[in-house]
Design a protein. Sequence first.
Length: 256
Amino acid sequence: MSVSTSHRATAVAHLVDASLPGQVRVGITTSPPVSRLPSGVAALDALLGGGVPQGRISEVLGPPSSGRTSLLLSLLATTTRRGEVVAWVDLADAMHPESCTRAGVEVCRLLWVRPRQPADGLRCTEILLQAGGFALVALDCGMAPPGVWRTRVWPRLLRAAEQSHTALVVLAPQPIVGSPATLGLRVRARRTCWLPGLWPLFEGFDTVAHLDRSKLGNTGGVHVRVRAESRIPSLSDTSHEPAHEHDDAARLCVRS
């Protein structure tokens, strides 16, 4: 049964008058291209299709000492060097100003927020997204268990990110966002690296990052090896040694 044009117009008018969140579209529309923020690691950006998508939620998942904070530092450094303003909602209390500076982050373009509770962190994140003007907002959840996060808040944060065209990056041990997440990048430390000598010194971690989910392209089958070395005084992306047929390798050097 066909629907007359007048009936369709009436239905659209009622939806508009209801002032519901979201948008009302009639007919088939094409999605605009997604802009991205590069991470500064070429192999990782290739895996992500150019970087972290703006206006979307991306999860970086992994336990402590897995490399997720090192990836965030590289992303913050690359974004602030482009002249953009970023924010770090730091429930994990992982931000160290001197380490950020040595990693290449322009701290004058970084807003650091230290909430005490997960609920406060979610509220701070929403305020930042609604304020606009931030290219990237990172929510570092620390080791808070998945049960403490309100599932109903993530669709609201996604809408706020879409409206402000902000990349929302959530760092957590396990997935907590659910279906509103566009990307799910899981990182794990493969081995600990030590400098040889009579008294071995800690050099860093060999970390593997795997794209578990993506609504925009590649999923699974490709790994990026990220190595965080505290002794190297600059960020670089110099090692491209394939681990096996479907692996790309990259080196991420973050000073501390």
